[in-house]
Write a new protein. Sequence first.
Length: 328
Amino acid sequence: MKQLQRHLGPETLPLIAVLVLIIAVFSFASPRFLTGANFGSMASQLPVLGLLTLAMLVPILSGGLNLAIVFQANLSGLTLAWILIAFGGVEAGYGAFALGVVAAIIVGALSGLIMGLVIAYVGAHPILVSLAMMIFLRGVGEFLTRGGDVSGFPDFMNTIGYGTLLGIPVPLIIFLAAAILWHIMLKRTRHGFSVYMIGSNIKAAEYSGIPTKRTLTLIYTISGAICAVAGIVMAAQFNSVRVGHGEALLLVTVLACFLGGIDPFGGFGRVLPVVIALVILQVLSSGLNLLGANQFLSIAVWGLFLIGVMALRWLVSWLARTRKWGIM
């Protein structure tokens, strides 16, 4: 058991236990919870939040933050929408869609690149830089769309938003593929090692010969690129794009990262516990919805759940210290 916990991380098994407990509670509370329709709904809703959380995860691991993720996603989605409309809207073909996807990812990565360059080479704080980028992207998007929606996409985009492959929702496949890629990147590449080192102590990392400036630039560039993927999925699910789509998800991504054991000061954390934390939040939201709870109550429960988890972690840590010192 200890070897398994060491391999998966100290957060994983407790989170799995919490997930099983929550599923059991909602299963007894609502007969509709353990149904294919409910699981299909959760599998379709989770990916956008999951992709945005991955975009937030690596900046936090490096000791930073990316407050612009939602608007990077929206502006990337708008880029895809404008290209599709330029090629006929609902009549646009696969070539136009491929061009729009590439352009959307370039826009997302470029916005991240600009943030990374300012953070790495100017030395500005990530919160201030990402906040400035968030305001800029929101302003540009609202100016270009006049605060309205952009819609009129070809029917084949519905496959990305609601289609299935071997019975698994396509958005969920996209998210799981990104999560596996993130795990490999952080645990099996030099860039991942550099991310952890920078988050632990950026000065020590620099003295160790790690290219901190290049790594920071790449961190925010990749974050912007995955935001673009989230924006493409949102466009396909909503069949429209608007600057404010998903705005409420920003703080939830931070919540998911901290619930998944990511150190808020950087340097420590894994992808798998964060994925489980996302599932817990989605199960809580869907379960409360089936019980007829207001959507805003779900958000409040998420916050209380995080407070409870932090209190439980402090209690476990305190018990471990007292046992070590022989007090108990």
